[in-house]
Design a protein around this ligand. Structure first.
Ligand code: TYD
Length: 131
């Protein structure tokens, strides 16, 4: 399965905690885009797509949620609830995410600008693509 959980260094003191994310330092690619998602109801399933080229690091900066990753061979569920961890997903991985806590905020760092042509939105097309 083409994913990794990245551990970020926390600069913590009596004022609280800070994590810094930098291209080609603790993020494996040049960051071209950042987006964030919040206010999603618990049972909604988002995602349901794979990418042809895009790489992403996903950080659950508040609350928690579950990512279900599928590489066509196996399915794995990853619980994200720690702002000091990043889920690094490379291309050709089908992802769904759900089980959002009310305070869940997900921040996504992406290696490319938004391009609908990079999405595979049909699961059967994804299965054919990875063969
Ligand atoms: P989508 O990728 O389907 O969201 P998710 O996978 O989280 O369920 O995107 C939802 C909408 O937002 C869709 O209309 C496309 C738009 N969008 C952008 O305009 N720019 C972006 O960078 C992203 C990720 C989505």
């Amino acid at each position: 399965m083409k994913y990794e959980l990245l551990d970020f260094n926390i600069h913590g003191n009596h004022d609280g905690n800070l994590v810094a994310l930098e291209s080609k330092q603790n993020i494996p690619f040049d960051i071209k885009r950042v987006y964030y998602i919040w206010g999603t109801k618990r049972d909604i399933i988002r995602g349901k797509h794979a990418h042809l080229k895009l790489e992403q690091v996903i950080v659950c900066v508040s609350g928690s949620c579950d990512f279900i990753l599928d590489d066509g061979q196996e399915r794995q569920s990853i619980h994200l609830d720690n702002p000091a961890k990043g889920l690094y997903i490379k291309h050709n991985i089908w992802r769904e995410f759900t089980n959002f806590s009310p305070d869940c905020v997900i921040m996504v760092l992406a290696s490319e600008h938004y391009d609908e042509a990079d999405y595979i939105r049909e699961y059967e097309t994804f299965r054919k693509e990875i063969k």
